[in-house]
Design a protein around this ligand. Sequence first.
Ligand code: BG6
Length: 482
Amino acid sequence: MSFDLVLFGGTGDLTWRKLIPALFQAFRHGKLPEGGRILAVARDERSDAEYREYIRDKFAGVDEAKQPSADEFARFAERLHYRRMDLSKPEHYAGLKQWLDERGADTVVLFLATSPYLFPAICSQLGAAGLNGPHVRVVLEKPLGHDLASAQEINRVVAAAFREEQALRIDHYLGKPAVQNLMALRFGNALFEPLWRRESIASIQITLAESIGVGTRGDFYDGTGALRDMVQNHALQLLTMIAMEPPPSNQADAIRDEKLKVLKSLKPFTPETVGRDVVRGQYKAGTIAGRQVAGYLDEVKVPAGSRCETFVALRTEVQNWRWAGVPFYLRTGKRLAAHDSQIVVNFRPVPHPIFPGTSRANQLVIKLQPEDGLELHLLAAKGSGTSEALSPVFLDLDFDKAFAAERVGGYERLLLDAIAGRLNLFVRSDEQEQAWRWVEPVLDAWAADDTTGPRPYVAGSWGPPAASALIARDGCAWAEEQ
Ligand code: BG6
C-alpha cells in the first residue's frame, strides 16, 4: 500500500521529538508499509538534503537504543522529503495537492503537528484546496481547544472539510501498549468482568505522576495547566476504559459509544463540589533523585506570580448501576516523587474475616509506566506452623518482559493505525467535547476564585497534603501511603 504522510509543523518539537523517532522505529521494525513517503512542511526554505541533515542531528537527543546507525538512517532518510509552505497561502496548498496528486498514493495522512490555534485555518484551506478526498485522513494532536467552545469551533471547522471517520484525534496514551492491555484485561478474559462492579470494588485510583518539571515549555504550560494538559484527555480516557460497559464488538464506534456513555455518567461538578472534591497544586523548589530543582515560578518563561496548577487530584463518581457510590480518584502532577503511572483497583474486604490479624483487601495494580504490567495483591497462608495470620503476596506480570520484541511505542502504533485507517485508538469529537463539558465547571470555579489559588507542594513529594486529606475523607489512602 502506498501512502504519503504529511507532517505540518515539520521542524517543530513534536515532529522531531516524537513523530520522526516513532516513524523510524516503525521503519526499523519493518512495520512502515513499503512505498511510503514522509513529507515535512514548514515555513523556512530547505532542500530535502538539508532537512535530512537537520533530522539526523536531532536524533542525537533520542535514547541511544533508538538512534539509527549511519546505514539505517541513510535508508530511512530516502523516505523523508521537505516542502516550504506558508500555511496562510491558498496557492501553497494547491502546490502541495499537485505534489501529492502527481504520485496518487493510495492513502494520504495529513498530520497537524502545529500549534492548535492554526487547526481551523489549516483545515479550511485543506478543504478549499480539495485536499480532503476519501483517501485522505487528517490527524489532530492535542490540545484540541482550551475549553468546550474552542473545541467545538475546531470540530465545526474540521467537520466542514472532513467526515468524522477522516478526522483522527490523537491521545497518545491510547497508543501505549499498557493502555491497550486494559481492554484486553477486561474484555479478553472472563476472570475479572464479574467482579468489575460496585459489589466487589471499593474504589479506583488513577495516578499519572511525572518527576519532570515543565522544562522549556513554561509559556505553553502556563496557559494550559495540569487539568487541561493531562486530566481532560489522558486521565479521562483511562477512566473511560476502566469504567465502560463491554462493547458489542472491537469496532471503533462500538468502543467509542461506550466510552462516551461513561463521560456522560460522570458526576458533574458545581462550584461547591469543586472546592471540596478538587485539589490543585503548584510545585516549589525541592529535590528529585538527589538533585535540587527549581520551583514552578522560577522555571523559564513562566510569568511572575502565575497561579497555574501543576498538580490536580480529584474525586468523582460514575453515576450508573455498575458504579454507583464507588469513588474514582484521579491524580496527576509534575515534579512528583516518581515517574509512575498506574491504576489501582481496590476490592472490597472479605465480608466475614475468619483468620486472625489484619485482613487486607485484594488489590489489582495496573502499571502503565515506566513498567508495564499487572500486580494482583492477595493474602496467603505462610504455612509456618506458628501462626494462622495471613501474609500479603502478589502475582506480578511483566508485559515488557513477556512481549519485549513485539512491543511498539505509543506514537509508532498510532501513526501506523492512522496510515492503515484503524480508528479504535482515536478519540471521537463527541467524546472530546463531553470531556471538556465535564472539566469546564472546574476551570470556571478556579477562574472565579481570586483568593485561594493552587496549594504549594515541594518538588519530589506526592503533591499538597490536601490531596491526601481528599481521599482520607472516604477512609482511603493513595497507593504509596497504604
Ligand atoms: C503530554 C503533556 O500530553 O503528555 C505533557 O502535554 C506530559 O505535559 C506528557 O509530559 C506525558 O506523556 P508520557 O507519555 O511521557 O507519559
